[in-house]
Design a binder for this molecule. Structure first.
Ligand SMILES: Cc1ncc(COP(=O)(O)O)c(C=O)c1O
Length: 500
């Protein structure tokens, strides 16, 4: 293993961020990209909106910040510091988001036709990785909370069973925490994978803050994963698209994944995005505990005050009761509005247009908001006022009962009823045609179909559609669930693989 992190590290340094400032201060006149040349060629409205300071720092990495095209020292130094901060042995900056890391991991580790155990609550970028690599997924199904219709974790037993059934699996790829903030028992799963000599990869896009506070679940690589990817931009101070891939143990190294990252990442990585990873890392390494202490306190306060509003339910850590080893992120607040007789979609629009509140996500039953290190007492009060207004306003209709019928509350039987038959690559790149949904029973889908809630692909490319699954999708579409993925979002039709 390339041990890139042997020396003691000084977390007060930010070599890449400081390098960017030093480049700016050196007054070098660029005869290189970008064409706006430090803002000089930018239209006045762009300078006014973005600020000269930002445009003056908008240079590509390489040939600029990192000295010249040949000497590239600052980024490796900054990555070593990030590895140490996240409790990893090695790390790679990603400037096209965690999506890059998900795709690169599968490209680097799986040949076409090889099996990988993948959690079924996978993000589309992991599906892109399956399509591009040609790997054969053996899905691990997370448990679903029957009352709230939300995805929980993939259990240790489910991983054990998967490994028993697929002893040839190249890797286990999990999503932890889930989009709903529930994390898996990674220490146990990592130790199981280690026993079997199989890599554990964790899509930890929603957990960049975990290693910095003891009240949060452990970070994935700290817990023993071989590699993980986390979005610095999602919940920390990094600019949009900034992410980090971390590595631990000796089953996979950064050097082995680096060529796959190069294959898919832009050749003009933004120096500002990379510098923001460096600055966010220094901030968290030096002050993360204190910042998160305050964030968690604000989140708990918001949860309790929001939960007192009539008709509003806050989904809490009781969803992981009886699930040993599972964790819950209190900063992710799922607000169930079903008893107000409002869909989450309506609530999102009302909150945005009338209460100046932008939510993270809405679905049929409610909205998700985050409290992060960027919040304060005032912003939390603003949220509480907005939700209180929503509950009291005329727009909240008389309680219409539950929006999701009992048959749409699946504990897994309907949403996991499609049967994987061929690889996502075979399905995505084969000849396809659109057919009416009901006619697709027994056919193989070339599309992904993800209704919200619970936001899990009910159909993935390569799956055979069953009648249970089609019944569920028809009901989901009729109930007004947002359905992500298919070309025909109304689900009148679905694209299937044409038989040869
Ligand atoms: C579970 C999960 N993984 C990966 C991603 C992709 O992350 P990024 O936006 O950093 O590419 C997302 C995005 O929402 C996600 O929810």
């Amino acid at each position: 293993m390339s041990q890139r992190n042997p020396e003691a590290v000084d977390q007060t340094l930010a070599p890449f961020f400081d390098g960017l400032l030093a480049y700016r201060d050196a007054g070098i006149v660029p005869y290189s990209t970008p064409g706006h040349k430090l803002g000089n060629g930018a239209p006045a409205e762009m300078v006014e909106a973005f600020g000269q300071a930002a445009l003056g720092l908008d240079i590509p990495n390489g040939g600029g910040v990192d000295d010249t095209h040949r000497t590239r020292n600052m980024q490796p130094q900054a990555e070593r510091l990030a590895a140490a901060a996240w409790g990893a042995e090695d790390a790679a900056f990603l400037v096209n988001g965690s999506s890059t890391g998900n795709i690169a991991f599968l490209l680097a580790t799986c040949q076409a036709g090889e099996t990988v155990l993948v959690a079924r609550n996978l993000h589309t970028s992991l599906l892109s990785g399956l399509i591009l690599s040609g790997a054969r997924p053996a899905y691990l199904y997370p448990d679903v909370h029957p009352e709230f219709n939300l995805t929980l974790d993939v259990s240790v037993e489910s991983v054990r069973l998967g490994l028993d059934q697929h002893p040839d699996a190249k890797a286990v790829a999990l999503i932890s925490p889930s989009y709903t903030g529930v994390s898996a028992d990674l220490p146990q799963i990592a130790s199981l994978c280690r026993e079997r000599g199989v890599m554990l990869f964790v899509d930890e896009a929603w957990g960049p803050h975990f290693p910095f506070h003891h009240a949060l679940p452990p970070g994935a690589v700290q817990a023993g994963a071989s590699a993980a990817v986390t979005s610095i931009h999602k919940l920390l101070a990094g600019l949009t698209q900034s992410s980090l891939m971390t590595f631990g143990g000796d089953l996979i190294t950064r050097d082995e994944v680096a060529p796959a990252i190069s294959l898919i990442e832009t050749t003009s990585p933004s120096a500002m995005i990379a510098a923001s990873i460096d600055a966010a890392r220094r901030q968290m390494a030096l002050n993360g505990h204190e910042l998160l202490e305050r964030t968690i306190e604000l989140s708990l306060d918001a949860r309790s005050k929001l939960g007192e509003i009539d008709g509003v339910r806050i989904i809490g850590p009781d969803v992981i009761e009886g699930r040993p080893g599972a964790g819950f992120d209190p900063t992710r607040i799922m607000i169930d509005l079903q008893h107000l007789g409002l869909t989450g979609f309506q609530a999102e629009d009302l909150l945005r247009n009338h209460a100046r509140i932008g939510v993270e996500m809405s679905d049929l039953t409610g909205v998700i908001v985050h409290i992060t290190i960027g919040d304060d007492r005032q912003s939390v009060e603003h949220l509480i006022r907005g939700i209180r207004w929503l509950a009291e306003s005329d727009s909240a209709l008389a309680p219409a009962g539950e929006l999701i019928s009992p048959s749409l509350r699946s504990s897994g039987s309907a949403i996991f009823s499609a049967i994987p038959r061929i690889t996502p690559r075979e399905a995505a790149f084969g000849q396809t045609r659109a057919v009416p949904l009901r006619k697709a029973i027994g056919e193989i889908s070339s599309e992904i179909v993800t209704p919200y809630p619970p936001g899990i692909p009910v159909v993935a490319p390569g799956d055979e559609l069953t009648s249970t699954c089609v019944d569920y999708l028809e009901e989901a579409a009729a109930a007004g669930m947002y359905i992500s993925g298919p070309r025909d979002a109304s689900l009148q039709t679905i694209r299937i693989v044409q038989k040869s």
